[in-house]
Design a protein around this ligand. Structure first.
Ligand SMILES: [Zn+2]
Length: 127
């Protein structure tokens, strides 16, 4: 069941990433819940052992739910692969950065001044 959970987590990770979400935020709670359920099964009290088959199914459930959730989430603006374009505040030329630089200070490739890359949503609103 733990293997099954991992099997569902991997596609969920890529779906979340493709939709512009940060996968660890979703993955860690799922992994923790799955791990806790799995440990309960291993070292559980007698009543837990009696209910082990149900818990076994429960171990796989969080990751299955996460996969389902990741498919229903709307694609976030500025998903990876998209770049952020904005005019440099120093030289006024339109410069382009990958989404991974969102909110970070970067060097303008045109005038080499330090600029902070705005988030995708703010540039979209300004247009
Ligand atoms: Zn510049």
């Amino acid at each position: 069941m733990l293997l099954l959970a991992i099997l569902f987590l991997a596609p969920a990770y890529y779906v979340l990433k493709a939709r512009g979400y940060s996968p660890p935020i979703f993955l860690w709670p799922t992994i923790l819940v799955t791990g806790a359920l799995w440990l309960f099964q291993l070292f559980g009290e007698e009543w837990i052992l009696r209910n082990a088959p149900a818990l076994g199914i429960a171990t796989g459930l969080p990751s299955i739910l996460l996969l389902g959730l990741s498919y229903t989430l709307p694609k976030r603006k500025g998903a990876p692969g998209m770049s952020i374009e904005f005019p440099c505040p120093h030289c006024k030329q339109v410069i382009k950065f990958g989404r991974q630089f969102e909110g970070l200070a970067q060097q303008c490739p045109k005038c080499e001044e330090i600029v902070s890359v705005p988030s995708q949503t703010t540039t979209a609103e300004k247009k």
